[in-house]
Each structure stands twice: as structure tokens, then as C-alpha cells.
Design a protein around this ligand. Structure first.
Ligand code: FPP
Length: 241
């Protein structure tokens, strides 16, 4: 489902790489998990700012396929944080009209966490004010690889002809098949890289790299960036008439 937002409008779909939790904590002489906890608190504020800013879809990068390389203690702490976030926020997300979905490979995730993810998706399935997608054990290359494997099975079993495979076909096999492409990708903490996030989907996204560390990223910063987006000249490869 790849559509283009109209010019001068708010970004319909914003994707965020929430970076800088560790540095935020270290600067305060605290353990890295303290930064992740502060980061988790920010998520609520940013999700709830979406309707006023005209943002219908918000996708956040919570844990990448590469984040398993962190210490066992940090990984375990993050997994616990995700469980607590889902348990604590579920009713509020429901009441605020937020539909939550998860993308990424669930196979490596703890069964209890996966059960909570499934429950939250089911609980909020009737909402449509804001579509929040949480990328958990997500990597863009991993997603395209899994999609290609599923597509190859369809071809092998005769349900799909190789000559019928185009970009739209592949899009249907991606975890994000229910989402429009992101209009704007924001990365906090001063790093200017995309770290395997929504590689296929961001082909024509605008990027905003800001120095603010994620736990300091406020609804005001978010509003300022979305206002700036509205003045960007998006041409999608074409020449302006
Ligand atoms: C990157 O900062 C952040 C992460 C790997 C985790 C993102 C998680 C959260 C914001 C908290 C919870 C999210 C939800 C959905 C409840 P970093 O640790 O790489 O920071 P650093 O670059 O300063 O070390």
C-alpha cells in the first residue's frame, strides 16, 4: 500500500528511529536501562500528539535484528520494558483510539511477549484514529528476505507466476503490507544513518536527523519537524511542471 501524500500537507506516515537513550543515561551517571525507561515514557507523548499534527501513521523502531548484539542484561531489560509497556499502556491506547501493530520477526521473541503483542493487536483492532506500528526484532533486510521466501513458496506452488512479480507484489509480502510508505523518517541523537529501518518503504521518504536524544524528544520538537515537512518540495523523481 504505497501512496503519495499531497504537497504542503502534514506527513501522513512518520517513522522514528528512537536513538540516544544510552547516552542520555550515561550523561546522568545512570545505567543504560534508565535511558530506555525514559525513552519508553516519551513514546506515549509522541503517540498522543499525532492526531493534532495530522499524523495518521506512526512507526517506531523499538528493537532491531542487530540489537541482540548488546549485553544480555540490556537485551533482557529491554524485553521486560516492552512487556511492561504493553501491559501498562493497553487500556490507554484503546481509549485514545490507537490501533497497535507490530512488525519484525517474532520467532526469536519470548512467548510471553509475543502473547502480549497478539493481545494488544486484537484489543485495538477496531481503532483507527492513529495507527501505531512498533518494530520489534525488525530489520529491513530481514523483512525483505522473509518476504522473498514467502513469495518463492507461492511461485514454487504455482500460485504466483514469476513474470507477475513486481514492486507492488513484493510490497504485499512485507510486514508493512497494511501501511502506506513513510513520508518522513526522523532519527534522534545526531547520527545520520538509517540502520536497516524500513529500507524498501523509505525510497521516497524525507529524512530529518536531529541532535536531540530520544528521551528529550518532546511533542513540541515533533510539531516543529512536521511543520517543516509541509514546506518541503517532494517530486518523487519527476520534474515540476
Ligand atoms: C536506541 O538508543 C534505542 C533502542 C535500541 C531502544 C528503543 C527503545 C525505547 C525508546 C524504549 C521502549 C520503547 C517502547 C515501544 C516501549 P541507544 O541505546 O542505541 O542509545 P545510544 O546510541 O545513546 O547508546
Amino acid at each position: 500500500m504505497a501512496t503519495e501524500a499531497s504537497e504542503g500537507a502534514a506527513p501522513r506516515h512518520v517513522a522514528i528511529i528512537m536513538d540516544g537513550n544510552g547516552r542520555w543515561a550515561t550523561r546522568r551517571g545512570r545505567p543504560r536501562l534508565f535511558g530506555h525507561q525514559a525513552g519508553a515514557k516519551r513514546v506515549r507523548e509522541i503517540v498522543e500528539a499525532c492526531p493534532d499534527l495530522g499524523v495518521k501513521y506512526l512507526t517506531i523502531f523499538a528493537f532491531s535484528t542487530e540489537n541482540w548484539k548488546r549485553t544480555q542484561a540490556e537485551v533482557a531489560g529491554l524485553m521486560l520494558l516492552f512487556r511492561r509497556y504493553i501491559t501498562k499502556e493497553a487500556q490507554r491506547l484503546l481509549a485514545k483510539g490507537v490501533r497497535v501493530r507490530f512488525i519484525g520477526d517474532r520467532v526469536k521473541l519470548d512467548a510471553k511477549l509475543v502473547a502480549l503483542m497478539d493481545e494488544l493487536e486484537a484489543l485495538t483492532a477496531g481503532n483507527e484514529k492513529v495507527h501505531l506500528t512498533i518494530a520489534l526484532n525488525y530489520g529491513g533486510r530481514d523483512e525483505v528476505t522473509r518476504a522473498t521466501q514467502r513469495m518463492a513458496v507461492e511461485v514454487a506452488e504455482g500460485r504466483l507466476k514469476p513474470e507477475d512479480v513486481d514492486a507492488e507484489t513484493l510490497g504485499r509480502f512485507l510486514d508493512t503490507c497494511m501501511l502506506p510508505d513513510p513520508d518522513l523518517v526522523i532519527r534522534t541523537s545526531g547520527e545520520a544513518r538509517i540502520s536497516n529501518f524500513l529500507l524498501w518503504q523509505s525510497a521516497y521518504a524525507e529524512y530529518e536527523f536531529i541532535d536531540t536524544l530520544w528521551p528529550d524528544f518532546s511533542a513540541e520538537c515533533f510539531a516543529e519537524i512536521t511543520r517543516g515537512f509541509a514546506s518541503r518540495d517532494r517530486r518523487f523523481g519527476a520534474v515540476k511542471a
